[in-house]
Design a binder for this molecule. Sequence first.
Ligand code: SF4
Length: 205
Amino acid sequence: METISYEYEGALYVNLTNRCDCRCVFCLRHNGHKGSIYADDLWLDHEPSRQEALDDLLARDYSQYRELVFCGFGEPMYRTDDLLWLVDWLKEQVPNLPPVRINTNGHANLILGRDVTPELKGRIDTISISLNGSTAEEYCAVTKPKDGVKAWEAMLDFAKKARDYVPHVVMTIVDKDKTPEEIERCRKITQELGVTLRIRAYIED
Ligand code: SF4
């Protein structure tokens, strides 16, 4: 049985795709075993259709969750249209829907070839973008994006644009292997973009 949604620390996480344009060194997708700490098996043999995902999500009791998070085992914004379609339906059908967050690598505009940030307005409460580095070189070494430096630039531009449409724009770094100087540079980047920096602890899997 494939896992479309799963509970983790009081939130409901949604897993819509395995696709990603990165190969982050710490990603659970390519560490040789498909399980993760979050759910038994997040690898999707087929991507759920919109309707399959909606049926799964409508079966949940939202009074239990503090947040609904699109995340999963790949980059959720590959499916931006489906994701926003789901949010629209859920907002219509679920009176107590908790705030909605997307965890993303911030490459949606590059991947999809258009600026999707205006479409997030009124639908997404928080967008959490993986910053992962304080320079293009560091970023590319850690995330190995298929488009190289262009992906770094696209991610920063996405964060800046998202600020106009999403109430909470957060950028995250993982503390492991980051020097204080690198963390300081990340802080400066987020300050200049006017977004929040969140430093996450590395999770051993
Ligand atoms: S962006 Fe996310 S899903 Fe993609 S490789 Fe990196 S950690 Fe994995």
